[in-house]
Design a binder for this molecule. Structure first.
Ligand SMILES: Cc1cc2nc3c(=O)[nH]c(=O)nc-3n(C[C@H](O)[C@H](O)[C@H](O)COP(=O)(O)O)c2cc1C
Length: 226
């Protein structure tokens, strides 16, 4: 009798143990399904959020492409006898404003009377022609005398000014582009040049060389000012 009771109790014990095991394993399966479902929902939410965000950034970027580049201001100073340097200055300024949306001013050398032009600018482009036997053009004699005087530079406060020079000359003259070389010698003491001194030659495609120089000029500007 005791044996039968023992077998019965053992059977009940094993039955309950088996039930417990299946009951506890069920929620696990259910939990993992739920987890999987939640994961899928989360991924869907994420992908929706991401696509909305990318739509937003795409929308934001559109006007940026059309936006003009950063406003960069500079002055072109020229010295001319028969108008070449003035014409090239105007071409450069037109291109700067219309294509690149830069702020550009043109000034004849005869209008520069003080250091202020150098103190109030971050970039100056010099386009100067040579005349006589390597002398400055009539409109730039006073300017040249002024900058050759050391006292002029004592009032210089702007040490960050950048510059570049395009010279107009003719290699048939012994003092080829003497004025552009003279200016470069002076300015290189005080300022950093964004391009090497370029000497245009009336006997050798001056205009074409200026166009190439201009392309290089627009390539250099963002490296220094953007
Ligand atoms: C009378 C005269 C003198 C010149 N002297 C020089 C000179 O010494 N060195 C030089 O490189 N070019 C000289 N040139 C060439 C001019 O600088 C060149 O033609 C230049 O492009 C003219 O520029 P502009 O029209 O802006 O004055 C001279 C030209 C003339 C007509």
């Amino acid at each position: 009798m005791n044996g039968i009771i023992f077998i019965l109790i053992s059977f009940i014990f094993f039955f309950l143990a088996y039930k417990y095991k299946t009951n506890t394993s069920k929620p696990k399966t259910f939990g993992s399904e739920k987890l999987e479902k939640l994961g899928k929902e989360y991924l869907q939410k994420l992908s929706k959020k991401y696509s909305k965000q990318s739509e937003k950034t795409e929308k934001k970027q559109e006007p940026q492409i059309q936006k003009p580049r950063k406003k960069i201001s500079f002055t072109i100073i020229y010295g001319t006898q028969s108008g070449t340097s003035r014409r090239l200055s105007k071409d450069l300024c037109k291109e700067s404003i219309e294509t690149y949306h830069y702020n550009c001013k043109i000034k004849n050398a005869s209008k520069i009377k003080s250091i202020e032009e150098f103190n109030n600018n971050s970039l100056i482009v010099f386009i100067f022609s040579t005349y006589g036997n390597g002398v400055p053009t009539d409109d730039s004699i006073e300017f040249t005398n002024m900058i050759e005087n050391n006292e002029f530079w004592e009032k210089l406060t702007n040490k960050n000014l950048k510059y570049c020079i395009f010279g107009c000359g003719d290699s048939n003259y012994s003092k080829f582009n003497a004025q552009a070389k003279r200016l470069d010698k002076i300015f290189s003491k005080y300022f950093q040049s964004i391009m090497p001194l370029t000497l245009g030659d009336d006997s050798n495609n001056l205009e074409d060389n200026f166009d190439k120089w201009m392309i290089q000029f627009f390539d250099e500007i963002p490296k220094y000012f953007n």
